[in-house]
Design a protein around this ligand. Structure first.
Ligand SMILES: Cc1cc2nc3c(=O)[nH]c(=O)nc-3n(C[C@H](O)[C@H](O)[C@H](O)COP(=O)(O)O)c2cc1C
Length: 370
């Protein structure tokens, strides 16, 4: 269990008192009632509303309760000054909390800002990330996990900076900021830009989990996009050691978590894996290791199993083929192997499993045999 961010930035505390939430469907309209998998949680909130010091009692009590129940709590903090980060870190540690998560999504460490302006978003700059992490790590003895922002294209570099500076792990990641509008009224939902996320974002989270796992071998806490057990399994296969489940518990109740965990157990059992370790990083290990390796993938072409093909009632593959490699001739779908580049779209979309991908290198042998 990770706490909400305990911070010392007054406006981020006030923001929570003024929190706004809307749940949107895949078209961008409000979801009222039961929340389906295809939700977007559009929400604006800040840090805990109470002064950080008030949390010493909560943390001490909750830590003891967690320990008595075989669980742990992790204290999440944020400040806009390095001094503030260190003080908060020490405060959390003094409550007996065994681990820190530092929320580097924002705000700006104003005392590191040389421009005299707003400061720098910590986790968008490897140098700032390294400096703030190093100072926090020096301030406490408990392990520090750095929670990264997804709003950077240098996430792996920033993760490396955090780990080199002494972080034990990284959380990948917090949420994006988005902007959503009610087109009936022309008004932005909940008044303006807000945090945005939902199960649809998981592929982007997994891209960075995969990248950091593959390049740095780091221990990763995956966050941003888990709805159910399937997503959790994908996170682990991408290289997350543990996961964070947030929005869906707010929308469906904490009892949802039990279903996620049971679902993971069922998945492991039904697929013959004896433990979570057996699937940890599995997908990432099997991915190509570099863009160059992707270019070297064996060239393929598609052949059609006419027994399985349901043309004329279905011709979805012909409609979709970007390369004019599929056409209708003599009452059946035929392929033009010279045009087919082996993109696998028809193979992946065919509802009847009628497409077969074959190596171009074996084409001559096959033609000769026919
Ligand atoms: C309403 C709301 C409040 C949040 N508050 C915090 C917070 O105080 N500190 C923090 O580090 N992350 C906060 N988060 C981010 C979550 O911890 C989590 O990283 C994010 O929601 C992505 O995971 P999810 O897809 O499971 O929701 C908040 C998310 C939501 C939706």
């Amino acid at each position: 269990m990770i706490t909400k961010t305990i911070g010392d930035v007054p406006n981020m505390q006030r923001l929570t008192e003024n929190s706004k939430y809307a749940i949107l469907n895949d078209k961008g309209a409000l979801i009222r009632g039961k929340v389906p998998r295809s939700f977007t949680f559009y929400s604006r909130s800040g840090y805990v509303t109470e002064p950080a010091q008030d949390w010493t009692a909560y943390l001490t009590e909750t830590r003891a309760y967690a320990a008595a129940n075989g669980a742990h709590i992790i204290g999440n903090i944020a400040s806009n000054s390095v001094r503030g980060w260190c003080e908060l870190a020490r405060m959390v540690e003094s409550c007996g909390v065994p681990m820190l998560e530092v929320n580097f999504q924002h705000p700006h460490p104003t005392d590191l800002d040389t421009t005299g302006a707003e400061g720098i978003w910590i986790a968008q700059d490897p140098g700032v990330t390294a400096e703030v992490t190093r100072r926090i790590v020096e301030a406490v003895d408990i392990p520090v996990m750095v929670k990264l922002t997804p709003e950077s294209n240098r996430i792996t570099e920033i993760a490396r900076a955090a780990l080199d500076a002494g972080a034990v792990s990284v959380a990948v990641s917090s949420r994006f900021v988005g902007f959503a509008i009610d087109i009936e009224t022309g008004e932005p939902w909940i008044g303006g830009p807000a945090g945005v996320g939902g199960p649809w974002v998981k592929y982007i989270t997994q891209r960075w989990i995969h990248d950091i796992y593959s390049k740095l071998g780091a221990e990763i806490s995956g966050s941003n996009g888990i709805f159910d057990a399937r997503d959790a399994v994908e996170f682990i296969m991408s290289g997350a050691k543990v996961m964070q489940v947030g929005s869906v518990l707010m929308l469906k109740g904490t009892e949802w978590l039990e279903d996620v965990i049971k679902g993971m157990d069922r998945f492991l059992d039904s697929h013959g894996y004896d433990s979570i370790d057996a699937i940890y990083g599995l997908g990432s290990e099997r991915a190509f290791k570099s863009p160059a390796e992707a270019l070297e993938m064996e060239p393929l072409y598609v052949d059609i199993d006419q027994e399985k093909c349901r043309h004329p009632s279905c011709s979805i593959c012909v409609k979709m083929c970007f390369y004019d490699a599929l056409s209708i001739g003599d009452g059946q779908i035929v392929t033009a192997p010279d045009k087919c580049i082996g993109c696998e779209l028809c193979y992946n979309v065919c509802p009847f499993d009628a497409m077969e991908m074959l190596p171009q290198s074996e084409r001559a042998d096959r033609v000769a045999a026919e």
